[in-house]
Design a protein. Structure first.
Length: 435
């Protein structure tokens, strides 16, 4: 996580000051529940809330931790400096450090998920707008990087919209998965704290009580969360790769917006490079890099160890901050992407009708020619286009075996572009609904 690829809305979630504020709220709500149960005096619980407007001194907590070698104890010591040692003596009653750490982490991940969902909404809106704008803009579809059959730019955008919409649904499920808290004490048995405390704290923090915790919240939940971020990052890269291909000089069907005063190269003034989508490809790798460590965190010794802790301190902010930045960048790229319909048509016609070969193949079989012979006839003429630059339709019209089965009018009809776009509305209805 570096400032170059970070937005303050997301980085704020992972600031130490935010973390300590969440810790404080967990402890204060736990005191309220303990007082309600009669475990601690109500005046002590109320005293904890006198620190609600306090600014917790991160440097002071670090100073205490340098001695205690324990972050939660350092925080509790600093909290006592705010509310008074006697008033704070019941704080953390019956709790263990992971009750605070794990519940806080899940609050942070929920907040991060909310920002990421908003990011995806922005991206989805841009993809939908461009899909509708270019619903009928014909371009060549490619398989293996080679011309296949006509499609439309709108369908390309619609495909990416559907993929990202699935990602949004997965992210909602991941948010639900991670939205649990645990205030269950050492090894998770509630021996020293009533389950009602957990219920109260979770309710106040917008969480559900963890079904069964050990001394930690089970890490399969976190593994699913980070895996979901990894899938979204891969979908993001899928879009970026398409744009990078389209911006290649010999393709130039679309390109990133090139702003006034922008420079493409320190050496070559003519350059207009797809730097944003190349950057997105790299950022996707960073997000995916967090998935395997999250998976490996699932296996902990017995009721807990802390092998997961150092990993999560890194991957939680890194993955969410990076994906937040990347999704916003991608939304901007899509929103301003420059489309060149004329170049799309020119590219499609570069091989003079060759992309209509399947229509001719099917027409020959329907006219009574065996599939093997039909394939031979079509491929024979197609190779002349590849190797000699011939016109596919003209070659078919000059082939006696082809014209023995198909009339010139029938051959001509097979080169109608509208044939390939006749179901675009049906596909759009599937993706966007019947609007």
């Amino acid at each position: 996580m570096i400032p170059r690829y970070a937005r303050p809305e997301m980085t704020d979630i992972w600031e130490p000051a935010t973390k300590f504020r969440i810790w404080y709220e967990i402890e204060a709500h736990a005191c309220d529940a303990q007082a309600e149960l009669g475990v601690i005096p109500k005046e002590n619980a109320e005293a904890v809330w006198t620190a609600k407007d306090a600014v917790f001194d991160v440097a002071r907590i670090d100073e205490i931790e340098a001695v205690t070698k324990h972050d939660v104890i350092a925080f509790l010591t600093h909290l006592a400096e705010h509310v008074g040692a006697d008033q704070a003596r019941f704080v953390h009653q019956g709790m263990t450090s992971s009750d605070v750490l794990d519940t806080c982490l899940n609050v942070q991940l929920m907040r991060a998920a909310d920002l990421l969902i908003a990011d995806m909404d922005k991206l989805l809106a841009a993809l939908k707008r461009r899909a509708l704008e270019h619903k009928d803009t014909v371009r060549i579809g490619r398989s293996h990087g080679i011309h296949a059959e006509p499609t439309t730019m709108g369908l390309t955008f619609a495909r990416f919209y559907a993929e990202m919409e699935r990602g949004r649904r997965r992210l909602l499920a991941a948010r639900e998965e991670i939205a649990t808290g645990a205030i269950s004490g050492a090894v998770g048995t509630f021996a020293n704290i009533d389950p009602a405390v957990e219920e109260h704290v979770c309710r106040q923090m917008g969480l559900k009580p963890e079904t069964i915790s050990t001394q930690v919240i089970p890490r399969d939940r976190h593994a699913m969360f980070f895996a979901t971020l990894g899938v979204i990052a891969s979908s993001m890269e899928n879009i970026a790769i398409e744009i990078r291909h389209m911006q290649r000089t010999e393709v130039l069907e679309a390109e990133e917006f090139f702003s006034k005063g922008q420079k493409g190269s320190s050496a070559m003034p003519h350059k207009r490079n797809p730097v944003l989508t190349e950057n997105l490809t790299g950022l996707a790798r960073l997000v995916r890099m967090t998935v395997v460590p999250a998976m490996e965190n699932v296996a902990l010794w017995h009721e807990r160890d802390i092998s997961h802790s150092s990993v999560e301190r890194g991957i939680a902010p890194d993955a969410t901050v990076t994906l937040d930045f990347a999704l916003n960048r991608l939304a901007g790229v899509i929103d301003k992407l420059v489309i060149y319909p004329e170049n799309m048509l020119a590219n499609m016609n570069k091989f003079k009708g060759l992309v209509m070969s399947q229509r001719v193949l099917l027409a020959l079989t329907q006219a009574g020619v065996s599939r093997e012979d039909a394939y031979r006839l079509v491929q024979r003429n197609a190779m002349k286009v590849w190797e000699q630059g011939k016109d596919f339709k003209e070659e078919l019209l000059a082939d006696a075996e082809v014209t023995a089965a198909l009339s010139p009018a029938e051959i001509e009809e097979k080169f109608d572009l509208g044939y390939h776009t006749k179901h675009v509305d049906t596909i759009f209805a599937r993706v966007f609904g019947a609007e």
